[in-house]
Design a protein around this ligand. Structure first.
Ligand code: 3S6
Ligand code: CA
Ligand code: CA
Length: 330
């Protein structure tokens, strides 16, 4: 008790302290938890030679959820979160979509639509769904947008998605998530192996097609937290008749030919996709600019009111974490 009191005093300053003069052990305060890890254990994580979390698990026997360093094909190194437990584990976090201000319409922070306004002359907007730009950090993935080189580097087969309340610390993401699911039919293989390739085939761009007939693929999902009903309940009540739960859909287009990027948990069956699909192009014509932004028209009838075409507050204030996994058969 004496040591831990001393430790607590020290840790409040340092956060990390050599444990009881044994240099190989560290006592780390992680929020309210005190965790003893070995320096080697942490240093080892930087020495794995792996392109994705599945490799880290299979080649190095790592089974702990947490932060790992990965390499890219061209020798880049980046840190991200590995989910080593869901459906056999080996899921690599490659991006997060976060709405920092639903009232800022396609302004700074709207990295997954446009940060330079709602403009027909900039139909692709930021273009981050189909380029190699990266931004954010893994530990801030629910505080702001995140995109790492794995988004375009990893050749994956399946995706998983976590909706996690904004500003959640990484070691609480799993516990705090309001919805989690994954695909299990290796669909990404059909679209080039990742979202970078998929959105080259299905450009997230204004005026490339019509609603429903030109939408991208809808893929069945397996729920890890939630179900088809709870999915429909987190979105707006008016869209209930326009969506089918149990899918993840890509490049959905609305009545006014604006393209959104991902409809998480649902398949669109109508043209008001701006109320249940995130990310998108550089121009949303209807009620310009009210639908332009990373969470598009999620507050059409008020912030988090969950009436009319407005999504629930829970959905509006959660970041959408996107994971890849390569085939488990390898
Ligand atoms: C149930 C009301 C439908 O209202 C229409 O849809 C109205 O014309 C528009 O303001 C609205 C938006 O297109 C919804 O996205
Ligand atoms: Ca954002
Ligand atoms: Ca509409």
């Amino acid at each position: 008790a004496k040591y831990s009191n001393f430790c607590n005093q020290q840790l409040s300053h340092f956060g990390i302290l050599p444990f009881n003069k044994r240099p190989n052990l560290l006592l780390i305060r992680y929020n309210k938890d005190l965790i003893i890890v070995t320096v080697n254990e942490l240093r080892n994580r930087a020495q794995f030679n792996a392109r994705n979390c599945k490799e880290v698990k299979d080649k190095y026997g790592q089974t702990e959820n947490g932060l790992y360093y990965l390499n890219t094909a061209t020798g880049g190194v980046y840190q991200t979160f590995c989910d080593m437990t869901t459906a056999g584990g080996g899921w690599t976090l490659v991006a997060s979509v976060h709405e920092d201000n639903i009232y800022g319409k396609c302004m700074v922070g709207d990295r997954w639509t446009s940060q330079q306004g709602n403009n027909a002359n900039w139909p692709q907007g930021e273009g981050n769904w189909a380029n190699r730009k990266t931004f954010g950090t893994v530990e801030a993935a629910t505080d702001d947008d995140f995109k790492n080189p794995g988004y375009y580097d990893i050749e994956a087969e399946d995706m998983s998605v976590w909706h996690v309340p904004n500003n959640t610390p990484v070691n609480h993401w799993n516990l705090a998530a309001i919805m989690r699911y994954h695909t299990d039919r290796h669909f990404l293989h059909l679209y080039g192996g990742n979202l970078y390739q998929l959105f080259h085939s299905y450009p997230v761009e204004y005026n490339v097609g019509a609603h429903l007939s030109d939408n991208g693929p809808s893929i069945p999902i397996v729920y890890d937290l939630g179900d088809k009903e709870s999915t429909k309940n987190v979105y707006d009540p008016y869209s209930g008749g326009e969506i089918e739960g149990g899918f993840i859909s890509f490049r959905a287009i609305n009545h006014e030919r604006a393209a959104t990027a991902i409809c998480s948990g649902v398949k669109p069956k109508g043209g008001n996709v701006e109320h249940y699909c995130i990310g998108g192009c550089g121009f949303f014509p209807e009620a310009n600019p009210l639908q332009c932004g990373d969470f598009t028209g999620f507050a059409w009838n008020g912030y988090g009111t969950h009436i009319g075409f407005s999504a629930s507050k829970q959905m509006l204030e959660s970041a959408v974490l996107l994971f890849y996994r390569q085939c488990t058969m390898h």
